[in-house]
Design a protein around this ligand. Structure first.
Ligand SMILES: C[S@@+](CC[C@H](N)C(=O)[O-])C[C@H]1O[C@@H](n2cnc3c(N)ncnc32)[C@H](O)[C@@H]1O
Length: 167
């Protein structure tokens, strides 16, 4: 999915790189396009990453903060779909917020509360978060707890058996 910060800070520093960004949300893509308009090798596609069919193969696929938006029942298909697009020695980089292990969906309320309580406490200690930032975090806590649009999982079940190197 399109990552404007990563593109602006890192990818644009490399020469001869082609990039394809996928996101289901048009406004995210419009923003990414507007910021990266001078890079003709950057393409943006509005599609569901679970279902999108892209013919090219890629040396690096980066999925930042997107996995937790994919419903649990679609997580496996999502991982298969994106990893199928890797070239021979390609690397898939997944950046995610993981929560502590929980059993029933109701347990997500505990795990999400723990994660966000820590995050909010840390921010209050180290920075001066704005009301808007705090509201956004409490809203994420709420959505993660009721599992609506935020389907965070624990490390143990995060990749459904995919072989990974944790960094
Ligand atoms: C937290 S944002 C992260 C955006 C971007 N990856 C970044 O790191 O800046 C999550 C993004 O996932 C997108 N998203 C959610 N479900 C998706 C899906 N099924 N297919 C493609 N994009 C999706 C949302 O539209 C949103 O832009």
């Amino acid at each position: 999915m399109a990552q404007v910060f990563f593109l602006e800070k890192w990818l644009t520093k490399l020469k001869n790189v082609s990039y394809v960004g996928v996101d289901i949300n048009k406004s995210f893509l419009d923003f990414a396009k507007s910021q990266l308009i001078k890079y003709p090798n950057y393409k943006f596609i509005q599609e569901d990453a679970v279902k999108v069919r892209i013919p090219e193969k890629f040396d690096v696929i980066v999925a930042t903060s997107s996995y937790h938006h994919i419903k649990d029942t679609e997580k496996r298909a999502y991982l298969e779909n994106i990893s199928n697009r890797l070239s021979n020695k390609g690397i898939l980089v997944i950046y995610e917020k993981l929560v502590s292990k929980f059993k029933e969906p109701i347990g997500a309320a505990d795990s999400a509360s723990k994660l966000y309580a820590e995050r909010i406490k840390y921010l209050l200690k180290t920075e001066k978060p704005t009301e808007k930032q705090l509201f956004a975090l409490f809203n994420e806590l709420y959505l993660s707890a009721i599992r609506k649009g935020e389907y965070k999982v624990s490390y143990e079940i995060s990749l459904g058996g995919f072989k990974i190197h944790r960094v």
